[in-house]
Design a protein around this ligand. Structure first.
Ligand SMILES: Cc1ncc(COP(=O)(O)O)c(C=O)c1O
Length: 396
């Protein structure tokens, strides 16, 4: 079996890389959700071989891409997906927009569990829909629960026609259980609300937890949902702009497809489709080894924070490599918090405030990098907090 070296550090600067080329050279970027790991060898080989052909014209569309998606869903999550249920999309966010246009009307409300991945806050209003906000409840031990009463209240509003579920949830790292998904499905059926499940982080689930595709939980869920996926997070191939949706119900499929037709959103990227096919059929080893590595990075971060920066709290992380750091004990408004990490610690994080209700005082921290980089970033953060204490700006 191939072994991947996740300790390897690659220089990504000056490659038009959003993560590394946005901030100064002296800043360690621990923000946007891509990894700093080299892409799996089989993908690199396949793309290089295709590039050597030196003709990159329109591709013909056979079922290889769809079959690769089915293969992954079956072997990783035990879900039997038919190739006819799968549609190519350039990425997950555009797929969400197509789904909103296919299954809702302008003026409708889309339910989102807050805090939420920041582009959700943009694409919903930009498409003339409203956000119905359902806050996740923060428990004393730092874990997150669904506020079921509020959820039902928001789902029962006549204008709510869609639930944009994020499972696993970015940024809280919740991996919803089968029981929770079943309850969500029951409520959505009861109130005639369609479910779009963003499962882009489904491969990144820690020990003791399990990802369950929403469409796999029951026939009624399959008939009342679509599932959006993209191997980009797992295999570090976001730059190819290649995702997929899984739509088990024929009528739903036709509605979604006619939206793709209206927008002429069919064109496929030859390198992206090849990368996805290779990822899903030849790179299971990489996904497994990635999780072993991330588990260690997660445990290291937990221990480091507890010992060296108790002012920054981290609850239980069930999934994703994006850690939702509770920085409220630093007592800074969000813009100062962002500046503190960027200018004093020289580490770039995502500002929790941009994730909407419940995000103020939190920062999102990406641990998908070589351990040496993680150690340096955490050390810089600890030193910056110590300096605050020395300067009398914070109590020890
Ligand atoms: C929950 C979630 N959905 C969607 C995306 C973006 O996916 P894509 O690049 O496929 O649009 C991200 C990226 O971080 C994400 O975290």
């Amino acid at each position: 079996m191939l072994q991947h070296n996740f300790d390897e550090s690659l220089d990504r600067r000056h490659t038009q890389c959003k993560k590394w080329d946005t901030y100064g050279e002296d800043v360690i970027p621990m923000w946007i959700a891509d990894t700093d790991f080299r892409c799996p060898e089989p993908i690199v080989k396949a793309v290089k071989k295709r590039a050597e052909h030196e003709i990159y014209g329109y591709p013909c569309i056979d079922k290889s891409y769809e079959k690769a998606v089915c293969h992954w869903q079956k072997c990783r999550f035990g879900w039997n997906v038919e190739p006819d249920w799968v549609e190519y999309t350039p990425a997950v966010v555009p797929a969400i927009v197509y789904a909103m246009r296919a299954f809702t009307n302008p003026g409708d409300a889309i339910l989102v569990q807050m805090p939420a991945y920041h582009p959700f806050h943009q694409v919903i209003p930009h498409n003339g829909r409203y956000i119905a906000s359902n806050r996740l409840i923060e428990n004393n031990d730092g874990s997150w629960s669904v506020d079921w009463d509020d959820l039902e209240k928001k789902l029962s509003m006549p204008r709510t026609t869609m639930f944009l579920l994020c499972n696993p949830h970015n940024p809280t790292g919740r991996c919803f259980t089968r029981e929770e998904l079943g309850k969500i499905n029951d409520l959505c059926i009861k109130h005639h609300v369609f479910v779009v499940s963003d499962e882009i982080h489904s491969d990144i689930v820690y020990k003791g937890f399990r990802h369950i595709p929403f469409g796999s939980i029951s026939q009624s869920a399959a008939d009342n949902s679509i599932v959006c996926i993209n191997p980009s997070k797992t295999f570090n191939i976001a730059g190819f702009r290649t995702g997929a949706v899984i739509i088990p119900n024929r009528n739903n499929h036709d509605r979604f497809y006619s939206e793709l037709e209206n927008l002429k959103a069919f064109g496929r990227n030859i390198f992206g489709t090849l990368a996805v096919q290779t990822a899903y059929t030849e790179c299971e080893y990489y996904a497994d080894q990635l999780m072993v590595y991330l588990q260690k990075n997660l445990e290291y971060t937990h221990a480091f924070l507890e010992e060296n920066i108790p002012q920054i709290k981290l609850g239980q992380v069930q999934a994703t490599y994006l850690l939702w750091l509770d920085c409220r004990s630093l007592h800074m408004p969000h813009n100062e918090l962002m500046d503190f990490f960027l200018k004093k610690a020289k580490v770039a994080l995502n500002d929790g405030y941009t994730f909407g209700p419940g995000g103020d005082g939190f920062m999102r921290f990406n641990i998908a990098c070589p351990k040496s980089q993680l150690e340096e970033a955490l050390k810089r953060m600890a030193d910056a907090v110590q300096n605050l204490i020395k300067e009398g700006m914070l109590n020890a």
